[in-house]
Design a protein. Sequence first.
Length: 302
Amino acid sequence: MVFALLAAASNALATVLQRRAARTVPLSAGLRLGLLVDLLHRAVWIGGMLAVVAAACFQALALSQGALSVVQPLFVLELPLALLIGRVLLGGRIPRSGWVGVALLVVGLGSALAAAAPTIGTAHAPFGRWVPALVVCAGVIAAAVLAALRRGAGGVRAACFAAATAVAYALTAALMKDATHAWQVGGPGAFFTAWQTYGFAVVGVMAIFLLENAMQSGPLTASQPVLTLGDALVSLSLGVTLYDERVRTGWWLLPEALGVALVLWGAMLLSRVALARDLTGAQDTPAAASGGGAAETEPPCP
């Protein structure tokens, strides 16, 4: 849990830097293959990528010690941590509704995890389980991206890209957990010859690409709740199906659902905070809402 919290904090720092950089590139009507090339010229985005690397290292340590269904839900804390870091680095004020959102999110996450009580399953998933998991995840990502491309810039498009990002993040974590097992068992040689290592690298880059497009496509209020809950729920599903992790069912589903509802409520409140909107690359402008033209951008960050 300590490593997972450190990973969430590193991801929060990356969020502040990357989303700030995303505001310096113009909005496009399609899926921008050159978006990452544009961002590579922004020093603040490079700093964000270094924070992503640190987060990946902490995440790998967390996954090597704990359950996927515990580690990934803790990343829900990335949003409130991003607001706090953004306030320090970029200025701005978190209003009372923002602090209420933080409280709801933390209480909801704690309640849901306490009620579910996920157990640590196996450290390695057999290949026979990976095939259907990869097929289903790839299908969901493709369907979400296609749905996003059929929409103009706005909330629906942002939510679709966020759904694809959530699945990609969860799949990246699942592959990383298997890759860290290979390192523990066979050392660096086994790690760099395992297909899961290259799998999580490829899917991870795709997740970052999808996230940048989600942030550019519409308001944070549309993308953040989908990303927050989607990553946690898909990770829970992959933990159960791939690694034999177990959660409590029966009447425990009631407090679990209540906790999830509080997390969703808190995420929605936090995504409406002015500082949160400032951290996103989404543009709440008429041009963005209608899908026409490029939204206004700020001068590049120093």
